[in-house]
Write a protein that binds this ligand. Structure first.
Ligand code: GLN
Length: 464
């Protein structure tokens, strides 16, 4: 698909549409939608900003490329004065005191925020059913899940309710819902975009990233949000990715044989994936089979660390400084009653699991061991990227489940993250291209080579 951002920009400057009418149309669509994508609408601010854009155009002033472009924000980002609930009961009435860096950069570029989007509570989930706002429904088939945790964001883009949305990806939460709803979703290299103002799930893998209907829109939004931020010391300075996506430096593609031979993958996804490999070979690109860790090891390493980090991050939510508080007889009771009543079952499962792996007597055996395996995973990738420029994989082993099924079986849900979490542990840039298999294709490059991912995706767009 062509860039929606360029198209709307042209329509605005040619006065074919007004920004106010465009924003109102999208707000109406969001308001009436039956996919449960909306936690709160930012109606007043959006209309006010749109009027300013229209006034500028009427005065003959120039507008920037993102000026007047409506977008959505996963409800885990701070946007000053807006409800920021993380789809949780505990923060149902919490309002942000400041704005996240990534979102501020988009606002500074003139983009118009429409909506705080439904997601799994605190990013905990792979289906967007772990939410107080009702399960997000899949854009293609509403009987299926929207995917998670950034489900509302992916569905809004797929249904054209937003031009792009900003998701958050800790272990697949941008890539998997993008795949389930057939849109693009990018998790950049860890540190390329500031996490300041993103509610922390697992700080060592949390990434900010765009979801959109075209690669070009992914590139534009990525460039605007990237950069070093003194408020997030893991950020680094990066060059803007150029529009001309030259593919000549991509000569070898690899894929993990054991991902494709695993018992967990559906036959349909396997057959489709291998057909893509053949097409790539037919184009004269070398393809190398790689060996990798079993996906079970990737999933257990990821969940050990993610649970430990989220237990630690969420310890601040005890009814004192943020959100709901239920008084008990003692202060300790207040903490436990608030947390017991206001966190979801899934979030409590993770907090209990995380505190267990961090506790004395267990942490050496479990937490430190997971750190060690994580280092081995990263080292393996470093070696692999000496031989290949891109690693290709399915996004998920199976098609999206029906609404209700994942809640019954959390372990099955964790295992459905088999193909996304390894790349997160290694901090790699990785993109969902909505083509090839029913849940898309995942393209991954070495650290800081985000441009390679977009370049190869461009090439695949031509040959698939
Ligand atoms: N499904 C994974 C989890 O529940 C990833 C979620 C995410 O990236 N926020 O941890």
């Amino acid at each position: 698909m062509e860039s929606q951002i360029y198209k709307i920009h042209q329509q605005l400057i040619n006065k074919e549409i007004s920004c106010t009418a465009l924003v109102q149309e999208k707000l109406d669509l969001l308001q009436q939608n039956t996919f449960n994508t909306v936690n709160s609408l930012l109606e007043e601010t959006a209309i006010e900003l749109a009027k300013k854009v229209d006034a500028k155009i009427a005065n003959g002033q120039e507008i920037g490329l993102l000026e007047g472009i409506p977008f959505g924000i996963k409800d885990v980002y701070m946007v000053q004065g807006t409800y920021t609930t993380a789809s949780s009961d505990l923060l149902k009435n919490y309002k942000s005191a400041y704005t996240a860096t990534a979102i501020q950069k988009l606002l500074d570029a003139g983009a118009i925020p429409l909506v705080k989007e439904n997601c799994d509570s605190f990013g905990h989930g792979s289906s967007s059913e772990n939410t107080i706002f009702g399960a997000v429904k899949n854009a293609v088939n509403p009987a299926l899940v929207g995917g998670g945790s950034s489900g509302g964001s992916a569905v809004n883009v797929a249904k054209d309710y937003t031009i792009f949305s900003i998701g958050g990806d800790t272990g697949g939460s941008i890539r998997q819902p993008a795949g389930y709803n057939k849109v693009y979703g990018l998790k950049p290299t860890y540190g390329r975009i500031s996490r300041y103002g993103l509610m922390a799930y697992a700080s060592s893998t949390d990434c900010v990233g765009p979801i959109a209907k075209s690669l070009e829109d992914i590139r534009i939004v990525l460039n605007v949000m990237s950069g070093k931020d003194v408020k997030d010391q893991t950020t680094y300075k990066s060059d803007k990715i150029k529009k001309d996506l030259n593919t000549s430096n991509i000569k070898t593609v690899g894929y993990f044989k054991n991902f494709i031979e695993s018992k967990a993958i559906s036959n349909e996804i396997k057959v489709d994936f291998l057909a893509i490999i053949d097409k790539i070979k037919a184009k004269g690109i070398a393809v190398k089979e790689l060996e990798f860790f079993d996906s079970d090891i990737l999933v257990s390493t990821y969940y050990t660390l993610a649970m430990a980090e989220t237990a630690s991050n969420l310890s601040r939510l005890d009814g004192t400084n943020y959100g709901a508080r239920i008084e008990g007889d003692t202060l300790k009771d207040t903490y436990s009653i608030t947390r017991s009543e206001k966190f979801s079952e899934e979030t409590k499962r993770r907090i209990v699991g995380g505190n267990q792996v961090l506790s004395q007597g267990f942490s050496d055996e479990i937490y430190l061991k997971a750190q060690d395996v994580r280092n081995q995973i990263s080292a393996r990738f470093t070696n692999d990227f000496k031989e290949v420029d891109i690693i290709l994989s399915p996004v998920t082993p199976q098609n999206p489940p029906k609404i209700g099924d994942s809640l019954k079986d959390p372990l099955a849900m964790y295992l459905s993250d088999a193909y996304t979490v390894g790349f997160s542990l290694a901090e790699l840039p990785t993109l969902t291209l909505p083509k090839g298999t029913n849940t898309g294709l995942q393209l991954t490059a070495d650290k800081k080579n985000d441009a390679h991912v977009l370049q190869f995706a461009n090439l695949l767009n031509d040959i698939l």
